[in-house]
Write a protein that binds this ligand. Structure first.
Ligand SMILES: Nc1nc2c(c(=O)[nH]1)N[C@H]1C(S)=C(S)[C@@H](COP(=O)(O)O)O[C@H]1N2
Ligand SMILES: [Mo]
Length: 440
C-alpha cells in the first residue's frame, strides 16, 4: 500500500490500526482519536498525533482502483486519475483542520455526539491541486451552486452516507484544494488516502476524505449530513433551547480560538513559559493575551514564527510563577477584530466551541497526585445494551456522552431509525441503564 504513514500506526489482530501512544481514544472503531493537550506545543501537528474522526469504518482505498468522478452541471462529465491530478499545478499550504464538535463536552447543558475536549484540531501542511483547476477540466455550467462530495466510506446500518456539499464560491477559492499529501507524505488511510478536500478556514466536516465523486448541483442537497447535522442557529439562543433545523444555517467558518499546551496542571516555581497555539478562520491571529489570575489582569503573549493565513500561530508568555494554585487563561484575537469570548455560544449540536478556558495549575516543587473521577452504574447492564449499541459503537463512545434520560430517549430513537435493534419490551430497561450509568 502507498500510504506513507502506514508505518506510523501498528495494526492489531483485527487489522484495525492502534492509536499512537498518548492519543486519547474516543472510539477505536469507527476511529475517533483526540490529540492530547501537551502536543500543542508544536505548530505543525505530527501526522501520527493528528486527531481522527470517522463516522464509519475507515476504507482502505487502492490507488490503482481510484478515480474521481465528476457529474452533474458540467460540460464534460467524466473522471480523473491521480496521474491526471499530478499534471496540474501543485500547491502546498498550512491549514488548521478542526472538528466542528471540538470542545462539545464543555457545553452546558450537555448534548449527544462525540465528547471532544480540546484536541479534535490540528495544523498540517497539505499538498495537492486547486479544486478549481480540477473543475476547469470538466467545465462548470452556469447555474452550478453546490458541489456534492462523496468519499469511499460506507454507512453503518441505515445511517445515511456521509455526503457534504461545498458552495461553488468556496470550491473556486484558490486556497481550496484536493490534497494527496499531509506533512510531506501521502495521506494515511485514516486521514483520507488517496485524496481529501482541504477547505481552509472552514470546520472539517467540509474536508471530505477518500473523495471519489463530485456531483455539481443547482440546489442545496437535502441529505442528513447537510439538512440536520452541521447546522447551528443563525441567531444567539439561550442554552438548552430546542431549535428547528430550518432556523439553522450550515457550519462554515471556524471561530477564533487558542489553547494553552503548557503548563498542563503543574509546574515548579520560577519562570514558567505559558505556551500554546492560536488559530482562526480566514483572518490571521494578531494577538494572544494571557491571564495568570483567572482573568483579572491580562498581558500580551509573544507570537512566534511567521503568520500564515490558515495555520496555527504559536504564543509564549514568560510568567514569574509563585507557589500556589493559579488559573491561567489565554485569549486570541484576529485581524478582523474577532476576539475569543469568555462565555461559550451554546447551540443545540454543540458546534464551534471557542470560549477562553480557565486552566487551573498548581505551582509547587513537586506534582500533586491526580484525582480521577469515579464512575459506576447503579443499574445492571441489560443484554440489549450489547446487542443494540455495542455492535456499532465501542462502549466508551456511548459512556462518555453523559446525557439525561430525555436525551438518551432521543438518541435511542435516532439509533433505532438507523437500524439498531431494540424491541419495544427492552426499551425501558435500556433507557434505565443508560440514564443511570451515563448521566451528566
Ligand atoms: N468521507 C468522509 N469524510 C470526512 C468524514 C467522514 O466520516 N467521512 N468526517 C469528517 C469530519 S466530521 C471530520 S472532523 C474530519 C476529520 O478529519 P481527520 O480524521 O483527518 O482528522 O473529516 C471529515 N471528513
Ligand atoms: Mo467533525
Amino acid at each position: 500500500m502507498l500510504a506513507g504513514g502506514a508505518a506510523l500506526l501498528s495494526r492489531n489482530s483485527s487489522g484495525a490500526p492502534d492509536a499512537a501512544p498518548g492519543m486519547i481514544t474516543i472510539s477505536p472503531s469507527p476511529m475517533d482519536l483526540e490529540t492530547p493537550v501537551a502536543d500543542f506545543v508544536n505548530v505543525i501537528t505530527p501526522t501520527e498525533h493528528f486527531f481522527v474522526r470517522c463516522h464509519t469504518m475507515t476504507p482502505h482505498v487502492k490507488l490503482a482502483d481510484w478515480k474521481l468522478e465528476v457529474t452533474g452541471l458540467v460540460d464534460r462529465p467524466g473522471s480523473v486519475t491521480m496521474e491526471d491530478l499530478r499534471k496540474l499545478p501543485r500547491v502546498t499550504l498550512q491549514a488548521v483542520l478542526e472538528c466542528a464538535g471540538n470542545g462539545r463536552s464543555f457545553y452546558q447543558p450537555r448534548m449527544p455526539g462525540a465528547q471532544w475536549k480540546f484536541g479534535s484540531v490540528g495544523n498540517a501542511v497539505w499538498t495537492g491541486v486547486r479544486l478549481r483547476d480540477v473543475l476547469a477540466r470538466f467545465g462548470l455550467r452556469t447555474g452550478a451552486r453546490n458541489l456534492l462530495m462523496d468519499g469511499a466510506d460506507v454507512p453503518i446500518g441505515k445511517m445515511q452516507d456521509f455526503q457534504r456539499t461545498l458552495p461553488v464560491e468556496k470550491a473556486l477559492d484558490p486556497d481550496t484544494l484536493l490534497a494527496f499529501e499531509m506533512n510531506g507524505n501521502p495521506l494515511t488511510a485514516e486521514h483520507g488516502f488517496p485524496v481529501r478536500v482541504i477547505a481552509p478556514g472552514w470546520a472539517s466536516d467540509s474536508w471530505v476524505k477518500w473523495l471519489q465523486k463530485i456531483d455539481v448541483l443547482d440546489h442545496e442537497f437535502d441529505g442528513f449530513w447537510m439538512k440536520t447535522a452541521y447546522r447551528h442557529p443563525a441567531q444567539h439562543v439561550a442554552p438548552g433551547t430546542a431549535v428547528d433545523p430550518k432556523d439553522m444555517v450550515p457550519v462554515t467558518d471556524l471561530n477564533i480560538k487558542s489553547l494553552i499546551a503548557s503548563p498542563e496542571e503543574w509546574a515548579a516555581p520560577g519562570v514558567v513559559a505559558v505556551k500554546g497555539v492560536a488559530w482562526s478562520n480566514s483572518s490571521p491571529v494578531t494577538r494572544v493575551d494571557v491571564s495568570t489570575d483567572g482573568g483579572k489582569t491580562w498581558q500580551a503573549a509573544k507570537l512566534g514564527g511567521k503568520p500564515t493565513k490558515y495555520g496555527f500561530r504559536a504564543f509564549n508568555y514568560l510568567w514569574k510563577a509563585p507557589a500556589g494554585n493559579h488559573v491561567l487563561i489565554a485569549r486570541a484575537a484576529n485581524a478582523a477584530g474577532q476576539v475569543q469570548p469568555m462565555e461559550p455560544e451554546w447551540n443545540p449540536n454543540g458546534y464551534l466551541y471557542n470560549a477562553a478556558q480557565p486552566r487551573p495549575v498548581t505551582i509547587s516543587p513537586s506534582p500533586a497526585p491526580r484525582n480521577d473521577q469515579p464512575t459506576g452504574a447503579a443499574v445492571p447492564e441489560p443484554a440489549v445494551y450489547k446487542t443494540a449499541c455495542i455492535g456499532c459503537h465501542d462502549g466508551h463512545f456511548v459512556s462518555q456522552q453523559r446525557l439525561t434520560r430525555a436525551q438518551w430517549d432521543r438518541e435511542v430513537t435516532k439509533m433505532t431509525g438507523w437500524g439498531a435493534e431494540v424491541k419495544a419490551e427492552d426499551r425501558a430497561s435500556l433507557l434505565d441503564y443508560l440514564a443511570a450509568a451515563f448521566k451528566p
